[in-house]
Design a protein. Structure first.
Length: 342
């Protein structure tokens, strides 16, 4: 057996352990996160197969060079991938090679070479979010007099009020609702299987009680029965994230005819961004917003720490109340931006 075959076998052996043991069992990453790593590595292997005219079985550590990784990233950019996506793919490759180097010191040089490939600069842009007018317009679309409309409205209410991710929403069980507590809340299982408690507003609790009476009046198993479901073969089945996204897109199209403030592209995560921005605007510290969203690192939440024009105006008026009457200081948003050095 020649050396290239040996290194190829070693690569696939380490890759299998990395994806099936190291990531899910030792690091405890969720299946979705592991799948993201798998996709990144698979795309790189496909690139090597096409660029170097290699079969998968022939790819070995000698092919995992700094230049090949840089060419792979450039190919992603040429296909229209964003800088963030390219950085995600690159980080996955670096993580794999670090694991391999830890397993075999002889592979340290391979890891060190690829480690030198720099991440791309990601331009910070304001977080997309909706106005309160747009949120109200969307919530008004479901016909709550019908069973389906009532269910859909309840999902929209929870998406905003709790800022849960779409997967977290469809994963909710009846047992996750803690409506009898002094301060009602829901238990949300997020990324990596981490659970957090999210408080509920009184109005949301009232909507939930009505919803439960209609959809879970004859409750069978609160532990496994999904909170939101569709009936197939006379049994409740958990909704898919795609089904919720399609539903939301349809309501957004309807709402936009009466409310121009509804964005062209409305997706479930936009509710999460909107809720986080509203909480930040209301004065909630970023550390609290991070806990509310389930962010492990508060740095992730810093994307919301950007003041908009309305926040700047209020801050200026608070600092100098008399300035609120001096309308001549600025005329419109552009003048206000210049005043603030933006």
């Amino acid at each position: 057996m020649d050396g290239s075959n040996e290194t190829a076998q070693a690569l696939w052996k380490y890759l299998r352990r990395y994806l099936t043991v190291y990531l899910p069992k030792l690091r405890g990453l969720s299946p979705r996160t592991v799948e993201s790593y798998r996709q990144s590595i698979g795309m790189y292997c496909q690139f090597l197969k096409e660029a170097c005219r290699l079969s998968f079985a022939k790819i070995c550590f000698d092919d995992l060079t700094r230049d090949s990784v840089m060419n792979f990233i450039q190919s992603l950019r040429a296909r229209g991938c964003s800088a963030s996506t390219c950085n995600l793919r690159l980080s996955s490759l670096k993580s794999l090679l670090k694991y391999c180097a830890d397993e075999d010191i002889g592979l340290t040089s391979v890891y060190q070479a690829v480690k030198q490939v720099p991440l791309m600069k990601v331009n910070r842009v304001p977080v997309a979010h909706m106005s309160q007018t747009a949120i109200k317009a969307l919530l008004a679309q479901p016909d709550a007099t019908t069973a389906k409309g009532m269910r859909n409205r309840m999902m929209l209410i929870l998406l905003y009020d709790t800022a849960v991710r779409i997967q977290e929403l469809v994963d909710l069980r009846i047992s996750d609702l803690q409506l009898q507590a002094k301060n009602p809340f829901i238990l949300v299982t997020g990324k990596g299987g981490k659970t957090r408690s999210v408080p509920l507003m009184d109005k949301t609790v009232s909507h939930l009680r009505e919803y439960l009476k209609r959809f879970h009046g004859q409750q069978r198993n609160a532990t496994i029965e999904p909170l939101f479901y569709s009936v197939r073969s006379d049994a409740p089945h958990k909704l898919s994230t795609d089904a919720v996204a399609v539903m939301l897109k349809s309501y957004a199209t309807m709402a936009r005819t009466r409310c121009p403030e509804v964005p062209e592209r409305v997706h479930p995560h936009l509710f999460r961004h909107t809720r986080a921005m509203d909480l930040y605007r209301a004065g909630m510290p970023l550390s609290y917003v991070a806990q509310f969203l389930g962010h492990v690192n508060v740095n992730t939440t810093e994307i919301y720490a950007s003041a908009d024009i309305e926040m700047l105006r209020k801050a200026l008026e608070k600092a100098d109340p008399a300035a609120a009457e001096e309308v001549a200081l600025w005329k419109g948003e552009e003048s206000l931006k210049r005043l603030c050095g933006l």
